[in-house]
Design a protein around this ligand. Structure first.
Ligand SMILES: [Fe+2]
Length: 247
């Protein structure tokens, strides 16, 4: 099913690998109406699909049902917007062991594991965690490193993660100052170093849409068009289709 969805994505459209647009499963959208408005908002900004990523504490079966519910809702409203399964995992023994045991909540059921770190605590075991993930033939996509103390505390930490086989996902709203100046500055520095492989929205609510709109302007101002395409179209499609190598 996931690969059929992947095939539906074509052309230069953006694909969002991190958001909370499924209603009533986590701290994201609160109703079908809000989910629909979020999809409409994403489509206006150039997105052709998404892999909604409920927090891994959400019930997996409920998330799967909600994904199908959103697909039905989009069809009823004649909206062409591709959806694939995903989750926002954490760098915890529970989530990582599930991945290593073949029960991980991955992008489209494939090799890619979207994983966030604690926002306010370093993760000394991160190199070991990333080594285990790499040995298991999975690929870690680290969510919004610019928002995590582990990366704020030492600029080299981002490059150590890259050396350990991980890839980094920019939260585009960091560029609009949605999480403060410190986060914005680190996002800009990592962007200037081409350290990110993917950009995504992490959108939770229709209240986020104005900030998301301005953040995409900021991204376009800061990097050339081909870098925007790499971050929001080409690499997300490679993740979606399970390719190990990103551009
Ligand atoms: Fe998220």
């Amino acid at each position: 099913m996931a690969m059929e969805n992947a095939g539906a994505v074509s052309g230069a459209g953006f694909f969002d690998l991190h958001n909370h647009i499924l209603w009533d499963v986590d701290d994201g959208a609160s109703s079908p109406v809000e989910s629909l408005e979020l999809v409409r908002g994403l489509m206006r900004l150039g997105f052709v699909g998404a892999a909604p990523s409920p927090h891994s504490w959400s019930d997996r079966a409920e998330c799967a049902a909600r994904l199908n519910g959103l697909r039905e809702l989009l069809a009823q409203n004649a909206l062409s917007f591709s959806l694939a399964e995903n989750a926002e995992n954490v760098a915890s023994p529970e989530d990582v062991m599930a991945l290593l045991d073949g029960r991980g909540r991955t992008v489209a059921g494939g090799r890619w594991f979207l994983m966030e770190l604690p926002l306010a605590a370093p993760v000394p075991a991160l190199p070991n965690i990333l080594a285990m993930i790499a040995r298991s033939n999975h690929s870690a996509l680290i969510a919004h490193p610019e928002r995590c103390l582990h990366f704020q505390a030492a600029f080299d930490a981002a490059f150590e993660a890259l050396d350990a086989g991980a890839f980094l996902q920019l939260d585009v709203m960091s560029l609009a100052g949605a999480y403060g100046r410190r986060v914005q500055r680190l996002a800009e520095e990592l962007l200037d170093e081409s350290a990110y492989a993917v950009a995504a929205t992490d959108i939770h609510s229709t209240r986020d849409l104005p900030a998301l709109t301005s953040s995409l302007f900021r991204l376009r101002e800061r990097v050339p068009d081909d870098e925007v395409t790499r971050l929001l179209t080409a690499n997300p499609q490679r993740v979606l289709t399970g390719q190990a190598q990103l551009l």
